[in-house]
Design a protein around this ligand. Structure first.
Ligand code: ZN
Length: 314
């Protein structure tokens, strides 16, 4: 998994054991004589589905959404490659067997590669709220950023503005709850860390995208600190709350490596000030508040539905 070739965030979707480094190697081994023929099999162009899209560049790497699923989740990634151009080329290469619906350059330019009705291959082995086929229920956005292995620069403001506008449009065309705008690391916490703790989830939330509460302050005090190896009811309670939010875990009461990974992913998204995988008071309080606020949003939505039904029946 070392080197600059592979997209660190992307895995082959259909083949569990087909690692991205292998994809990269396979891609590299396509000979100069065979490559043009392969590329000629790429999908025909389609109209852009969003006015913020600057270019449509179809990739052949997509399929049917399984079980008639419609997208109800947005999954955000970083490319994890040194160059954006290289990452885009890889996403459009049939040999890579990876893709996403959209690609956002550092300067905010947006390319659409897969129609929203189709299943792009970006999530890999993943889980969220009982769902294991994340590709079938999500729209994937690749955000150009070299990632943790290559210096992990800040996301430029223009790029974040573009991602926000793109997500807002996706939300008008699909029914996507705020708490289902997620990081790749949320759905694959033991494998992925993108788009990472520098991604400004709070900024997106301020523009109507995603779920966010002000993180509880870090610092000393505030109850027990839970860490790797701990056991007991407090660990089980934390695990249950993480599962309730959607994370894939087993509530076994042991702070195992899976729990550490999920807490780390949670912190990257919701408490980015400190990423250490420790279940401290700030992490636990932030999670409790997220659950409480999500419940309140649901209650308001349920009341709106009741009101609509009353109007229809009157
Ligand atoms: Zn990713």
């Amino acid at each position: 998994m070392r080197g600059g070739w592979q997209l660190r965030c992307i895995d082959a979707m259909r083949f569990v054991f087909f690692s991205s480094s292998l994809c990269a190697r396979a891609n590299r081994l396509v000979s100069a004589t065979t490559r043009p023929n392969v590329i000629s099999m790429s999908s025909p162009a389609f109209p852009a589905e969003s006015c913020v899209v600057a270019e449509v560049r179809p990739t052949p790497n997509h399929g049917e959404r399984k079980g008639g699923k419609r997208p109800d989740m947005i999954l955000l990634h970083y490319t994890g490659m040194k160059s954006a151009a290289e990452a885009l080329e890889r996403l459009c290469s049939p040999a890579s067997e990876v893709s996403a619906h959209y690609f956002v350059f550092e300067d905010g330019r947006i390319v659409q590669m897969v129609q929203e009705s189709r299943r792009a291959w970006h999530a890999g082995v993943s889980f969220w709220a009982g769902e294991t086929d994340i590709n079938s229920c999500s729209i994937g956005i690749e955000i150009a950023n070299p990632g943790h292995d290559f210096g992990y620069p800040d996301f430029p403001k223009r790029q974040i503005a573009a991602v926000t506008a793109l997500c807002r449009g996706i939300q008008t065309r699909n029914t996507i709850a705020p708490a289902r705008v997620l990081a790749h690391s949320d759905v694959a916490p033991s494998r992925k860390q993108d788009p990472g703790e520098k991604f400004p989830w709070r900024t997106l939330h301020d523009s109507g995208v995603g779920h966010w509460v002000e993180p509880a302050p870090t610092g000393k005090g505030g109850g027990a600190v839970l860490a790797l190896g701990d056991r007991g009811d407090a660990v089980a309670a934390l695990q249950e709350r993480l599962m309730q939010y959607g994370y894939g875990l087993v509530a076994n009461g042991t702070y195992d490596s899976a729990t550490h990974d999920v807490v780390t992913a949670f912190q990257r998204h919701f408490r980015p000030e400190r990423i250490d995988g420790i279940g401290d008071a700030s992490t636990r309080a932030t999670l409790r508040e997220l659950l409480a606020q999500r419940g309140r949003v649901r209650t308001i939505a349920a009341r709106a539905r009741d009101f609509a039904r009353l109007r229809l029946s009157s």
